[in-house]
Design a protein. Structure first.
Length: 54
């Protein structure tokens, strides 16, 4: 599964870790996160994320 990075603050969403503080369990691909999820660091929406460089 691909990691995604916030283009605003640099937060990396790693599907192996998820975002437990926001109720996103480990193993959830970025594409399957609810559309109303926001970056836990800066609060922007999913549209401000892009695939992280490997």
């Amino acid at each position: 599964m691909k990691k995604y990075v916030c283009t605003i603050c640099g937060y990396v969403y790693d599907p192996a870790v998820g975002d437990p503080d926001s109720g996103i369990a480990p193993g959830i691909p970025f594409e399957d996160i609810p559309e109303d999820w926001v970056c836990p660091e800066c609060g922007v929406g999913k549209d401000s994320f892009e695939i992280a460089a490997e």
